[in-house]
Design a protein around this ligand. Structure first.
Ligand code: MN
Length: 357
């Protein structure tokens, strides 16, 4: 595996490439062109510029998170073919520049959902948190307003203000889309893009829905083992793969994370590894990466990735806000650096333990 950190680009991120380069064992970033919109073609010039900036700092671009999929593609609405053409052109431009990994999601309306962006933990750190009861009681149109004040001035992925202004229309778009329809639209999209992925050896890695259940009555399909295996089989091509995100699949305690990893052998192209602490089965907060700080056995997760021969990019996921850092919630430097060091330590111990046995 290759340890990486997510980076939003120098215009948007409080963390610098120089800082990332100084985290031991981190050799690459996962980045994006954060100011592009779904349906827009990423030009080769801009991709090259992004790559040069990263490489000048002594790092590599290990992949893109994300090239976003438009609502027309997700709902199968008019204009989807045009948007798919644009997506293919972007993939081609990425391929020409030697980028071989693209993370994306197929979540309707909202990307990830949290009810708090700065819950204070006993040690004074703050974390993102989720209470199902709070979401159930919330008017989706007010969701944005209720968390916007906690963003530390950052624009959060999937929560762009101009998008959230149209929440009502977005909901209307998905009115006739149920889980089956969403599967169908995902299949249509994947079948159209597989040829360009084959030509450039680009691995597509779908990010799970977060949380792993329906919110506000919207359909959600990338939530559990059964559905993700269905998705992999319906377009049975090695370039149709998965981002294994422990913090997203892990929102449902019914998901056995190491078992899921083993079941997707060969198709996990990217891994997000983080820990959650459950207060009740429907109320959880993000924790430090360390097993002892949360509810997951991080050793078993890393062990499962090791056992299936995972060799793609991996990254620590959301970190706590610690040491008075001010950054995009979940995306500060300090706790993610601690996470990277910890995950690298687990991996080294697993590898060396194996050799000794
Ligand atoms: Mn994730």
């Amino acid at each position: 595996m290759e340890m990486t950190l997510r980076w939003y680009g120098s215009k948007f991120d409080t963390v610098t490439l120089k800082q990332i380069r100084q985290i031991p064992g981190v050799t690459a970033v996962i980045t994006t062109l954060y100011d592009t919109k779904p349906g827009e073609v990423w030009s080769r010039a801009r991709i090259r510029e992004m790559k040069s900036e990263v490489e000048a700092a002594g790092l590599r671009v290990a992949g893109i998170e994300s090239v976003n999929v438009s609502d027309a593609i997700k709902t199968g609405a008019e204009g989807r073919d045009r948007d798919i053409e644009a997506y293919i052109e972007t993939l081609q431009n990425l391929g020409e520049e030697g980028i071989r990994l693209v993370c994306y999601n197929f979540m309707p309306v909202f990307d990830w959902t949290r009810t708090e962006l700065a819950r204070v933990r006993p040690d004074g750190s703050t974390v993102l948190a989720y209470t199902k009861e709070a979401v159930d009681a919330l008017d989706p149109e007010k969701m944005f307003a209720s968390i916007a004040g906690d963003m530390n001035g950052a624009v959060m992925p999937g929560w762009e203000p101009e998008r959230m202004e149209h929440v009502k229309e977005l909901f209307a778009l998905y009115r006739d889309v149920d889980d089956e329809k969403l599967f169908e639209n995902l299949k249509y999209f994947l079948e159209k893009i597989m040829p360009v992925c084959g030509r450039y050896d680009i691995n597509m890695a779908i990010h799970p829905d977060d949380p792993a259940w329906s919110v506000f009555g919207l359909p959600r399909i990338i939530t559990n083992k059964e559905n993700i295996l269905r998705m992999l089989r319906m377009v049975d091509n090695p370039h149709n793969g998965v981002t294994f995100c422990s913090g997203s699949y892990g929102t449902s305690l019914e998901n056995d994370l190491p078992d899921m990893i083993r079941s997707m052998k060969g198709r996990i192209h990217f891994a997000h590894v983080r820990n959650l602490k459950f207060i009740t089965p429907t109320n959880f907060e993000e924790a430090a990466h360390l097993s002892a700080d949360g509810s997951f056995d991080m050793y078993e997760i890393m062990r499962a990735l090791h056992d299936i021969g995972f060799d793609g990019p991996i990254r620590p996921d959301h970190g706590r806000m610690i040491w008075d850092e001010v950054a995009m919630p979940g995306y500060g430097l300090y706790d993610r650096a601690l996470g990277a060091a910890y995950l690298n330590g687990l991996w080294e111990a697993i590898e060396k333990g194996e050799k000794r046995a």
